[in-house]
Design a protein around this ligand. Structure first.
Ligand code: HAM
Length: 417
């Protein structure tokens, strides 16, 4: 009788306390840390099916991506319908929100589950792998970007990942991205005979990915090529500076105008969290903004941003000694978003090892009602008056004690006990 083997690139992750790689502890702690962080950032879990209509991925991830072009596990079901084992989580999450007609335009979700891509398997690259991801819908550019990167910094810190870097870039909006692609193609066309097969294919299908080419001759040609940053609006460049400056003391973060993404749906901000530990599979986590994705698969038009991490890649880097405890719930409320973006408090909030939420509402009474209803222990408040005097109010909602601090003096972690 023929022996039955597991499929190539598909692994059994068997949890055995005594195995030398501590697989079961690694799975447990990695997922515990991620779940804990997701909860702290007020994200809710979503589980979507592993199987979806093939068209969902064609219309979202895009016909020009390697994922859709070469790597889909697609087949006809018994009803002759083309279905696909999901290669990533974003498309299914969006499909679900649209289909269920879930009220409102603001959604904050996380997921963790297996994905499938028919890739050439090697260390760190599998045909079945797990992704943990977040998708935040309904947020324009600004605060959501800071949240994305802050979460990555927290993961970096808690898993104690060495030799890592967060790279950020701005691809411009949809129109800008398309114009830039045309400009890049006209520059590269005369060099066609010098491009290798892969880059030539990309020139037709997905020219932005050529910026990412590993071929040294292509990289030479690109030295004189138009750069995506050449005509970016000042506000996009400012946003990149703001993100970098906000986190530069906490993690290794850099602006990289060559960073592009392999999926078609990205526009505007894009980012990748990389390690130098494994040269070939160095992307631990990747994501960006996809403001036009929802309109590609529905009649709605909601901005979105998110990222996904490869759980196997994270697991291999984790320091399993590291554990954390849950404690308080803290609400940071402001009457105007401007107070947030210039405030040092925001970073202190993000770093709190407890559940924290940020709320923007002109109506202070509503903020307090919300805090009461949702069992917050502390509220930090910057209203119009406090902002003008650089003050901040801290109220203990259990004891009703209230204190006022200078924004530059407060050490929140010392006050919420
Ligand atoms: P992605 O860059 O295709 O993005 O994948 C995200 C992460 O999944 C990668 O950085 C890597 O760690 C892991 N990964 C991808 N392929 C494999 C593989 N074959 N084996 C092991 N790990 C792998 C996305 O999937 C987007 N949906 C991310 C996103 C969410 N963007 C916005 N929201």
């Amino acid at each position: 009788m023929d022996k039955i083997h597991s499929l190539r690139g598909m692994n059994d992750l068997i949890g055995q306390k005594v195995d030398k790689d501590n697989i079961s502890d690694r799975i447990f702690f990695t997922e515990k840390i991620l779940r804990n962080l997701f909860e702290n950032y007020c994200l809710s879990e979503i589980r979507t099916p592993a199987l979806e209509e093939e068209n969902l991925f064609k219309r979202s991830v895009g016909d020009s991506s390697d994922i859709v072009n070469k790597e889909l596990y697609s087949f006809l079901d018994k009803n002759e319908k083309r279905i696909t084992l999901r290669p990533e989580g974003t498309a299914g999450v969006i499909r679900s929100i649209i289909e269920k007609k879930i009220d409102g335009d603001a959604h904050r979700l996380w997921y963790l589950g297996p994905m499938w891509r028919y890739e050439r398997p090697q260390k760190g690259r599998y045909r079945q792998f797990y992704q943990a991801g977040i998708e935040i819908l309904g947020y324009e550019e600004g605060l959501a970007e800071l949240e994305m990167i802050s979460l990555i910094c927290s993961i970096n810190k808690q898993l104690e990942i060495q030799n890592s870097v967060i790279k950020i870039n701005h691809l411009g909006n949809n129109e800008y991205k398309n114009l830039f692609c045309k400009e890049l193609v006209s520059y590269l066309k005369p060099f066609s005979s010098k491009l290798d097969k892969k880059d030539l294919e990309r020139l037709d299908r997905n020219p932005l990915r050529i910026l990412d080419s590993k071929n040294s001759e292509t990289q030479n040609i690109l030295k004189e090529a138009p750069k995506i940053s050449d005509h970016l609006p000042q506000e996009s460049l400012d946003l990149l500076d703001l993100i970098r400056d906000t986190f530069s003391n906490d993690c290794n973060i850099e602006i990289d105008h060559k960073l592009v993404r392999g999926l078609d749906y990205y526009t505007d901000t894009a980012f990748e969290f990389q390690t130098n530990e494994d040269k070939r599979q160095n992307a631990i986590l990747a994501g960006g903004r996809y403001d036009k994705l929802i309109s590609l698969i529905s009649t709605r038009d909601i901005p979105g941003i998110g990222w996904a991490a490869g759980v196997e890649r994270l697991m291999s880097l984790i320091n399993i000694e590291n554990q954390k405890e849950e404690n308080f719930k803290v609400l940071f409320a402001v009457q105007n978003e401007k107070y947030l973006l210039k405030s040092e408090i925001l970073k202190q909030i993000y770093e709190l090892d407890c559940i924290h939420e940020i709320k923007i509402n002109k109506n202070i009474k509503k903020i307090f009602t919300y805090a009461d209803k949702n069992n917050f222990n502390f509220i930090l408040l910057i209203g119009e008056e406090e902002d003008s005097k650089n003050k901040i109010i801290l109220k203990n909602l259990n004891t009703k004690e209230q204190k006022i601090f200078n924004q530059s003096d407060i050490k929140i972690v010392n006050e919420i006990r």
